[in-house]
Design a binder for this molecule. Structure first.
Ligand SMILES: [Zn+2]
Length: 438
């Protein structure tokens, strides 16, 4: 086993070996102390010996003849964690220590390693850490080495373990090493392993996101369409879930959280991303106040603001597109002709008409219609075109150097009246050339 009581404290032999520069020397001194009875079992208080081998590594053991339940639970846990990376034990010890420190000030909180806490109950699987507050127990597990080649086998193991802990009446939380999740924020999609879907949980913050989204738009398929999210299923439940990642840093470890609505339960697994996710320190993530925090209040609020802003923008575009679609279904006139006509009308307008045109533009991009008409600057025009037509950097440079600098185009208010009804930069350029060639 990894743990012993040494000098009145819980001691981890793996961590000691990880930090040691000279393996042989370290084993030597561990063995010497053990022979003198320095390490005792956290469970039965028998003194422990140190064993070292190339395959099993360095560990504590009861001297033969000592019957202790930790023998059994340790072997079960060791087999279960054999697949984990070297970092696993380091992370487990850090998480344990941070929680253990809070135990000192919160009398109802109890923190223990799973294989020690449940040794007498002889469980089939053990979470890394068990946190007990009053009657509530939380199984904390850290998962490393998650990737595709191992996914199907791992998924089965995880499902089984997760269900096992739940059947025992525990809540579960899994921290996944590094970021296996892949986010495509532009398409609002998260691609997931099946194991990641299984390990997502629903927290109080997730429920708060459900309420928040419902307040924006309670028609979920429509909301997805507004965001241009390519949805696979038409029957989607408003059910925000979250996933937690654990990262090794120079200072130790920190955490990140991602929130999403699962769309596809078959391979390839995907979900609608609600946020880009954010990192938080271990003290934020693991601060305990009747429950583990697992979130940062300020960053959570920022994420909701960002989502709302993006929604407002996408909704305006969506409404505009629908309006245009309705218009195109009206009795037909030649759209090309009408663009030219509009350009001719607006650019070639007399001063008086021009004033009216700019007034209209000003009111169309400013909600305050009483504000005097202002002349649109190139930067504003550029931003409007970028948002409306998806103008690229290259197209923007072309517009600036060729049309604005060389050809002297500057009637941006009027040009916007034309551009706002177009879909692409090419259409706009065509209309502009038609006008300039007159
Ligand atoms: Zn023992």
């Amino acid at each position: 086993m990894y743990h012993a009581i040494y000098e009145g404290k819980l001691f981890n032999i793996e961590e000691q070996m990880n930090n040691s520069l000279n393996r042989e020397q370290e084993i030597e001194s561990l063995k010497k102390r053990a022979d003198k009875g320095a390490y005792t079992c956290p469970h039965c208080v028998a003194s422990l010996i140190v064993k070292a081998g190339d395959i099993r590594g360095v560990f504590f053991a009861h001297s033969s003849g000592d019957a202790c339940v930790l023998n059994e639970s340790y072997n079960t846990y060791k087999n279960q964690t054999a697949r984990e990376s070297k970092q696993h034990s380091v992370m487990r010890e850090i998480v344990h220590e941070v929680l253990k420190n809070q135990e000192k000030v919160q009398t109802d909180l109890h923190v223990d390693f799973g294989y020690i806490a449940k040794a007498t109950e002889k469980w089939n699987h053990y979470p890394d850490i068990i946190l007990r507050n009053h009657e509530d127990e939380l199984a904390i597990s850290i998962l490393t080495n998650v990737d595709r080649s191992k996914d199907s086998k791992l998924t089965k193991q995880i499902k089984k373990r997760n269900q096992y802990y739940r059947d025992k009446g525990l809540q579960t939380i899994w921290f996944i090493e590094d970021q296996e999740l892949s986010l495509d924020w532009g398409n609002q999609v998260i691609h997931l392993w099946e194991s990641e879907i299984d390990l997502s949980i629903k927290t109080a913050e997730d429920t708060q996101w459900d309420v928040f989204i419902n307040g924006l738009n309670n028609n979920l398929p429509e909301l997805f369409d507004i965001f241009g999210y390519w949805r696979k299923n038409s029957e989607i439940k408003m059910d925000t879930r979250s996933l937690y990642y654990i990262h090794s840093t120079q200072e130790g470890i920190d955490f990140s959280v991602h929130r999403f609505i699962i769309d596809e339960l078959q391979f390839p697994h995907r979900a609608f991303a609600l946020s880009k996710g954010y990192r938080m320190s271990i003290s934020t993530a693991l601060s305990f106040n009747e429950k583990l925090a697992l979130s940062d209040t300020t960053l959570e609020k920022n994420d909701q603001d960002t989502f709302r802003q993006k929604y407002d923008l996408m909704k305006a575009k969506w409404d505009e597109k629908n309006e245009a679609r309705l218009k195109s279904q009206e009795p037909i006139h030649d759209p090309h002709h009408s663009f030219n006509l509009t350009i001719a009308e607006s650019i070639g307008a007399t001063t008086e008409q021009g004033e009216i045109a700019s007034q209209q533009v000003a009111s169309s991009y400013s909600p305050d219609i009483n504000r005097p008409a202002k002349k649109m600057q190139y930067t504003e025009f550029r931003d409007l075109l970028t948002a409306r037509l998806g103008m690229t950097q290259k197209q923007q440079m072309h517009l600036w150097t060729y049309y604005v600098l060389k050809r002297g185009v500057k009637e941006f208010n009027q040009l916007w009246l034309v551009a706002e009804h177009l879909e692409t930069f090419d259409q706009f350029e065509e209309a502009l050339n038609d006008y300039l060639s007159r």
